[in-house]
Design a protein around this ligand. Structure first.
Ligand code: CU
Length: 109
C-alpha cells in the first residue's frame, strides 16, 4: 500500500502558482488531486489589465467551481478552494478574457 493510498479520504492540500503575462496564462493545465484543498497563488503581471482565474465544470463556464477575485496588474492574490471530489477534466479561464483558458485536471486522490 502506498502512502497516498493510506491517506485516501483525508483532504490533501496543494498549492498552484499561475501567472498572467501579455494577455496569456503561463500554464494551460492545472492538475490537482480529487477533493484537495487548493491554494492558488495568482500573479497578474499585466500592467493596468484586470484578470482572474476561475474554475468551471466545462468550457461553457456555466457552472462555477470557484470564481477567483479580479485583480489589476501588477498584483498578486492568494485564494483557496476545494477541488471536485469526482476525478475528471474540468476548465479554467479568466472571466474578463475567456480566450485565456486551460484544462483543470482532477486526478483520483
Ligand atoms: Cu484576463
Amino acid at each position: 500500500m502506498t502512502a497516498e493510498t493510506a491517506t485516501a479520504g483525508v483532504a490533501r492540500s496543494v498549492t498552484i502558482d499561475i501567472g498572467a503575462d501579455n494577455m496569456a496564462f503561463d500554464t494551460d493545465t492545472i492538475t490537482v488531486p480529487a477533493g484537495a484543498e487548493v491554494t492558488v497563488n495568482f500573479d497578474n503581471r499585466d500592467d493596468s489589465v484586470p484578470h482572474n482565474v476561475s474554475f468551471y465544470t466545462d468550457s461553457s463556464a456555466a457552472d462555477a467551481i470557484f470564481v477567483g477575485d479580479l485583480i489589476t496588474g501588477p498584483d498578486r492574490v492568494t485564494q483557496t478552494f476545494t477541488a471536485p471530489a469526482e476525478p475528471g477534466t474540468y476548465y479554467f479561464q479568466c472571466d474578463v478574457h475567456p480566450f485565456m483558458n486551460g484544462a483543470f485536471i482532477v486526478e483520483q486522490a
